[in-house]
Write a protein that binds this ligand. Sequence first.
Ligand code: SF4
Length: 502
Amino acid sequence: MIPDSDLRLDPCADLVRLPSTVPDREDATDKPEEACGVFGIYAPGQEVAKLTYFGLYALQHRGQESAGIATFDGRQLHEHRDMGLVSHVFSPEILQGLPGQLAIGHTRYSTTGSSRRCNAQPVIVETKLGQLALAHNGNLVNTTQLREYLIGLGSEPTTTIDSEMIALIIAAGVNAGKSWIEATIAACKQCVGAFSLTIATPDGIIAIRDSHGIRPLVLGVMPDHIGHYVVASETCALDIIGADYDRDVKPGELLWIDETGVTEIDWASAPEPKLCIFEMIYFARPDSWVNDESLYSYRMRLGKQLAEESPHPADIVIGVPDSGIPAAIGFSQKSGIPYAEGLIKNRYVGRTFIQPTQEMRESGIRMKLNPLRDVLKGKRVIVIDDSIVRGTTSRKLVKALRDAGATEVHMRISSPPVTHPCFYGIDTDTQDQLIAATKSVAEIASQIGVDTLAYLSWEGMLTSTNRDPKSFCSACFTGDYPVAIPDGVKKSKLMLEIGARG
Ligand code: SF4
């Protein structure tokens, strides 16, 4: 018997450790950060690496720290991972060096594990059936137990990411004689938290979602190629390669894709859908589809609902680009107040190691957004944003609008106050950093300098989905976590007195 530890590849061993690319929190966007995009394709005879590249390109908004692709060419695995944007990580030459009939890919924003090249995914491990590559979107909350379990097996993780633990547990199952499917289901039954996974093996692809389906995952088909399938975090990654949306992977479902087609297995005993509502409000691209409509339409409805709940006289309605725009259009349509573009976004801003000067820092917001003076001058402005997290960006934004000549600034937020952190794969601040956890709406309005401030109601947010409100996770607005958070993990992000309630 070969011990598991000898079968495993060390993802960090042959890679240079690079400095973090995460900007200072003060310079980071004042928004929750998405935590990864995953992709998988089974398409013998096609350029699977290139198609995966474009899938990841469409999912770039879900993570900008690192990107990676793994392909299988018969029994042989080929992979390339590195820090940076998808377009920087891959060149035509690198893609040519990734042949195969199937591929998976990943874009990463770190929520567990540091921002290091060795933590870039897909995670690669060896098993007795061959290598396995795994891409993960989500976050596990029982990593302490999983680590202990793996140490007990003599298979200690070499990185700090929970995704490696999933891969190692699957490998341990395969090495104990299970099939790919059996080992994956057994591993997922041990994992508590959020996971949408794409897994490449020499024999086929696995797509699997946790029993709540907290992170999205969809299945697509290649219309001109019978038997070719795609799985991805969002439908926008299907569109870009010409694949047709077939359906969502169900919460608690595993798909095995190989030359025989798609095998569907309901692996969870009591699946209970709890899709992250923030995916609908902000994270997912507005042109992605959930439940037979684009998120653009949902976000417009949020704006209409907001106009109904919190109207105010004004001359123009503007949205904070890009994510506040659909709700601003909806608000304008419902209220009859003209919509205008009042803020222009610098679309070519990326992460930078060059820090702005102190003076630039103070004007901060203009790094990314510039107000249109001739639109704003002398106007009473309603400005729509999708969320306020710490309030630092909102304060700079309001100042910029007033400096540009707005006579009144009324802020409307197309989601309720964020009062609790996320433990399921979204990088929110600790609770004490969330402005709405410690301040009333009036206090927030005063702090960010608006004339009036109103948030969308929790009920309004959920009823606008036109679906069963119970089928969503909205814990960052309520503290009602659908998957229990262990006390030790809670303490890392929740304020104690509120943590006791949460
Ligand atoms: S806590 Fe908030 S961000 Fe996290 S999964 Fe639930 S709704 Fe989404």
